[in-house]
Design a binder for this molecule. Structure first.
Ligand SMILES: *Cc1c(COP(=O)(O)O)cnc(C)c1O
Length: 338
């Protein structure tokens, strides 16, 4: 048995999801004629109380489209140093949008309104123009940490005062919504654009959504075409997303429970220096110098457990739809025995 904690992207579509994909009514989405894509976009927009949404192949694409939409070349994007948009999107902020980045040192991926204020450039020809703030919730490299709603509101206030747009990389927003029992409509009211991933905790094989007002999504649709992201009978994929939104949101609590059980077990081991606080489905552990992450990865791999080394001192484990309670029990036994 292989138990794969490398990412929540490793899930396979369930039987129910495959059935929904197989049955989906289809059309050419570049012509706006795929009924299933249209249904997914409408459903996602309504969920956040926003006007429109755009179905894209990946969360990298939804983020990059949003950045391109909000900025002009020479503008600056403000974000945490560990943000996915900065760390893991191939330098896309520069290559797709010609924008520069002001990186902030947040607390496990979370920045504050004071940090944002301090990073805003003065009106000076020498400087880039601060244009966009991008937040990530939950924070991937922050170990699945969630923002406090009050901090988001304070950042929004700063953006309003300074005329900046506010984007949310919500690849794992549903984990935060479930953890904090928050209403997605509040997010819709606060952010100028929201990106969500269907292919992470929600368990769809492919797909992300960019959500915003009509004007923003119209502009985004054009950029998606330029980026090569216009898809044809994409309803087969959208059907998986619809199924995921209907069946796989509430169950995220189970992933969070599994993560906290594993984190507790890990924290008792002598080779673990510290486990970052676990709020959602990501466990990040700092190891002691006598246990390099790559050594632990190899040891566990021999026992059928796959994890990632994310730095020279840290490992990451992610729980998801394809991790069952019995797999967690088995994992605890392996951890006990190492
Ligand atoms: C996974 C992820 C994305 C998008 O990744 P894709 O693999 O391009 O879908 C964006 N932001 C965060 C925080 C992520 O974890």
């Amino acid at each position: 048995m292989i138990i794969d904690y490398r990412s929540d992207t490793v899930t396979r579509p369930t039987a129910g999801m495959r059935d929904a994909m197989f049955r989906a009514p289809l059309g050419d989405d570049v012509f706006g004629e795929d009924p299933t894509v249209n249904e997914l976009e409408e459903k996602a927009a309504a969920l956040f109380g926003l006007e429109a949404a755009l179905f894209c192949p990946s969360g990298t694409m939804t983020n990059q489209i949003a950045i391109r939409c909000h900025t002009q070349p020479g503008d600056e994007v403000i974000c945490d140093v560990n943000s996915h948009i900065y760390q893991y999107e191939g330098g896309g902020i520069a290559s797709n949008s010609g924008a520069s980045v002001a990186i902030l040192e947040g607390d496990r991926g979370r920045i504050t309104a004071e940090q944002v204020s301090a990073a805003i450039q003065p009106d000076d020809v020498h400087r880039p123009i601060s244009r966009l703030v991008s937040l990530e919730n939950t924070c991937n490299r922050g170990g699945g940490s969630c923002y406090d709603w009050s901090q988001i509101q304070r950042i929004k206030q700063t953006c309003l005062e300074k005329g900046l747009s506010l984007h949310l990389d919500g690849a794992r927003l549903f984990n935060a919504l479930v953890f904090n029992k928050e209403d997605p409509k509040n997010y819709g009211k606060t952010f100028d654009s929201i990106s969500i991933c269907l292919s992470k905790g929600l368990g769809a094989p492919v797909g992300s959504l960019l959500i915003g007002n009509k004007h923003f999504i119209k502009k985004s649709r054009r950029i998606r075409k330029v980026f090569g992201g216009g898809m044809r009978q994409a309803g087969m994929l959208a059907a998986a997303g619809l199924y995921a939104l209907e069946h796989h949101v509430d169950r995220l609590e189970e992933d969070h429970r599994h993560a906290s059980i594993i984190a507790h077990c890990l924290s008792l081991k002598s080779f673990v220096k510290e486990v970052l606080p676990v709020e959602t489905n990501i466990i990040v552990a700092e190891l002691t110098p006598d246990m390099p992450p790559t050594t632990l990865v190899e040891k566990w791999k021999k026992n059928g457990i796959l994890i990632f080394a994310i730095s020279p001192t840290r490992i990451r484990m992610v729980t998801h739809l394809d991790i069952s309670p019995s797999m967690v029990d088995h994992t605890l036994q392996i951890i006990e025995n190492i």
